[in-house]
Design a protein around this ligand. Structure first.
Ligand SMILES: NC(=O)c1ccc[n+]([C@@H]2O[C@H](COP(=O)([O-])OP(=O)(O)OC[C@H]3O[C@@H](n4cnc5c(N)ncnc54)[C@H](OP(=O)(O)O)[C@@H]3O)[C@@H](O)[C@H]2O)c1
Length: 242
C-alpha cells in the first residue's frame, strides 16, 4: 500500500469531534476521501461543511449492531478505518454504578470490536485499522480503574487483531494522554482549565495535548506500512513522568 493518503478512503468513527474530527481535517488536507460517522448527524454535517475536501457523513451508533451492519454494507471499499468513538465513566471503584461500567464497555470496547469486524470485508488489502485506548491502561489512576481496564482491553484487541489479520490489514492503537477536546465540554470552564493546568504541569511537556497532535499520529498509523500491533503513546510524557 502506498504511504500517501491521496485518493484513499478514510473512515473515521467518532469524527464528529475531538481527535476524530482533527484526523478528518488532516486526512482531507492530504487528499483523502473521508467519511465521518457518529451518532449526531447535525454535528457531523457542521464538521463536514467546515472542511475543504471530500467529506461524507453517516449517523451510526457503534452500540447498535444492526445499524453498524447496515451502514458497513453500504460503505463501499475503504482503505483505512479509525475508531475514536467512545464514552468514559469515572468514579471510585466502590461507587461506580455497574450500569455505567457496562455502558462504557459497550461504547469503548464492544462498539469498536463490532464496527471493525463489520467494516473488515470492505477494507482494501493492505489497509489499516486504528483504535484508541489511553494512558490509564498502563498508568492507572484512582477513580478511573474501570476506564483503565477498558483501555487495556482495547490495546489487547489491537495486538490480537494485528496477529489474526496479518497479511490482510494492519492494526494499531493510539494511546493519548490528556488532550483538550469536546470530551470535557460538560465540565464547568474553571474546573476544566484547572484540570488542564494541573495535568499539564505534571507532564514533561508542561501542557495537555491538542487534537491535531494526535491526528498526526493517526496519519502515521495509516500510512506507515511497517507499523502493526503498535501501541502508540502520544501523551506528553505521561507514562514516564515521575
Ligand atoms: N480527550 C482525552 O483526554 C483522552 C485521553 C485518553 C484517551 N482518550 C480517548 O481518545 C478517543 C477520542 O477521544 P476524544 O477526546 O476525541 O473524544 P470526543 O471529543 O468526546 O469525541 C468522541 C466522538 O465519538 C462519538 N461517539 C461517542 N459514542 C459513540 C457511539 N456509541 N457511536 C458512535 N459515535 C460515538 C461522539 O459523537 P456523538 O456524540 O455525536 O456520537 C464524538 O464525535 C476516545 O477513545 C477517548 O476515550 C481521550
Amino acid at each position: 500500500m502506498s504511504n500517501s493518503l491521496h485518493g484513499k478512503h478514510v473512515v473515521i468513527v467518532g469524527g464528529g469531534s475531538g481527535m476524530g474530527k482533527a484526523t478528518a481535517e488532516l486526512a482531507a488536507s492530504l487528499g483523502a476521501k473521508v467519511t465521518i460517522a457518529s451518532r449526531n448527524e447535525d454535528k457531523l454535517k457542521a464538521v463536514a461543511s467546515a472542511i475543504d475536501g471530500d467529506v461524507s457523513v453517516a449517523a451510526v451508533d457503534t452500540t447498535d449492531e444492526a445499524r453498524v451492519k447496515e451502514w458497513a454494507a453500504n460503505l463501499g471499499q475503504i482503505d483505512h478505518l479509525v475508531i475514536s468513538a467512545s464514552s468514559a465513566a469515572h468514579g471510585a471503584y466502590a461507587d461506580l454504578p455497574t450500569d455505567d461500567l457496562r455502558s462504557m464497555i459497550e461504547a469503548k470496547f464492544v462498539g469498536p470490536f463490532v464496527t471493525a469486524r463489520e467494516v473488515l470485508p470492505y477494507l482494501n488489502q493492505g489497509g489499516s485499522i486504528s483504535l484508541f485506548s489511553g494512558v490509564l491502561s498502563r498508568r492507572p489512576s484512582a477513580g478511573a480503574v474501570g476506564l483503565g481496564s477498558v483501555n487495556a482491553a482495547v490495546e489487547a484487541l489491537a495486538k490480537g487483531l494485528a496477529q489474526e489479520l496479518a497479511g490482510q490489514a494492519r492494526v494499531n492503537c493510539i494511546s493519548p494522554g490528556m488532550v483538550a477536546t469536546e470530551a470535557y465540554a460538560g465540565m464547568p470552564e474553571d474546573a476544566r482549565e484547572g484540570m488542564y493546568a494541573q495535568v499539564g504541569n505534571s507532564l514533561p511537556v508542561g501542557r495537555v495535548g491538542e487534537a491535531q497532535e494526535i491526528a498526526q499520529a493517526v496519519v502515521l498509523t495509516m500510512t506507515n506500512a511497517f507499523m502493526t500491533g503498535a501501541i502508540l503513546d502520544v501523551d506528553g510524557g505521561h507514562l514516564i513522568k515521575a
